[in-house]
Design a binder for this molecule. Structure first.
Ligand SMILES: Nc1ncnc2c1ncn2[C@@H]1O[C@H](COP(=O)(O)OP(=O)(O)OP(=O)(O)O)[C@@H](O)[C@H]1O
Length: 324
């Protein structure tokens, strides 16, 4: 996807103006609770990752937020307006999961149809359609029928459709599932470019390395409720494993470490190595301070960097994630 205009930038500070606010959203189908209790806030200009195991209620949540289905209970505000508000819907872009296109249409015709549905004038559509085709890397193939597109091209035209109305907030449900690694990189760049323009992105994806590289904050949902949320850096620095490389230890020093971290293994010797679990980075700093005060030479402190995937698996398996 060629990014026209300015280069992607992550430098723009994320504001604290809430663009999406939900309060106890709930959706029940018959006797099945699809979403139990969804409460979250997403701020203007951030890339927000919405994660969870299969059946956790992600798609149902997104459908409620974009006004496609009615919640059974709870409320939400998008761009400061109530759910389903037409003014807000005009400024929302949405790429549904497994979107099925009118594949007999040409790419440009499909976008024209969606432009009409958004209420865009003929003039606006004529100007904007080539722009979004260029943005998603489909310039020059808009005249071909969608049925002749590869899966990756179909996903790109879906993203073009979601950006057609110059949205202020875009919901992307699995936007890269059909894309090859180059296509994924393109979408990542496009997301960062949109963010640099102040657009808020709500990203639903199972590709956790991708989420890790692009999201400012995330929420992990399980059984239809948020079980963890926060800035990406905070989530990744929770419950770290850390290795303390020490010198000759005065008696009882390792026992005293337990006040700061959970000691897992101690390898004795002239240079003892203590491996411990720490609640966060502050706990590591306190443990180091304690060691120094207790007269233990500290030669190294090596925190093990956790991936989002490890954090996700830890949180969800602790919660229990039976398929639903
Ligand atoms: N229209 C529906 N009628 C009945 N049950 C539904 C309906 N839509 C979703 N569900 C159920 O609600 C639960 C949540 O589904 P949802 O599609 O929101 O999960 P998800 O987190 O998006 O899953 P995935 O990651 O597999 O896409 C599931 O148990 C699903 O079977």
């Amino acid at each position: 996807m060629t990014a026209t205009g300015s280069a992607p930038s992550q430098a723009r500070p994320v504001s604290v103006v809430p663009v999406i606010e939900s309060f106890g959203l709930r959706k029940v189908y018959g006797d099945r609770v699809a979403v139990e209790d969804l409460s979250l806030e997403v701020y203007e200009g951030e890339v927000f990752g919405f994660l969870g195991p299969n059946g956790a209620g992600k798609t149902t949540s997104v459908k409620m937020l974009v006004g496609l289905i009615q919640p059974t209970a709870g409320t939400a505000r998008i761009l400061g307006r109530p759910l389903g508000d037409l003014e807000a819907r005009r400024r929302i872009g949405f790429l549904p999961e497994l979107f099925r296109f009118h594949d007999w249409l040409r790419g440009e015709e499909l976008l024209d149809l969606h432009g009409k549905l958004y209420g865009m004038s003929r003039e606006e559509r004529r100007r904007r359609i080539p722009e979004v085709l260029e943005l998603v890397g489909l310039a020059g193939v808009g005249h071909l029928r969608v049925r002749t597109y590869s899966k990756g091209m179909q996903q790109r035209i879906g993203i073009a459709q979601a950006l057609l109305n110059n949205p202020r907030v875009v919901f992307l449900d699995e936007p890269t599932s059909a894309l090859d690694p180059l296509g994924r990189r393109d979408v990542r760049e496009l997301i960062l470019r949109l963010k640099s323009e102040g657009v808020t992105i709500f990203l639903n994806s199972h590709l956790l390395s991708e989420v890790e590289s692009v999201c400012d904050r995330v929420a992990i949902v399980n059984h239809g409720r948020v079980v963890a949320t926060g800035p990406m850096s905070e989530l990744l620095s929770r419950e770290l494993t850390v290795e303390f490389r020490l010198g000759a230890l005065p008696d009882g020093v390792v026992g005293g470490l337990a006040a700061y971290v959970q000691v897992e293994t101690v390898a004795d010797g002239p240079r003892p190595v203590v491996v411990a679990r720490a609640a966060d980075e502050t706990a590591i700093a306190r443990a180091v301070d304690y060691l120094v005060r207790a007269g233990a030479p500290v030669y190294g402190v090596v925190p093990e960097r956790r991936t989002l995937e490890e954090v996700f698996v830890d949180i969800v398996s602790r919660e229990g994630a039976e398929p639903r």
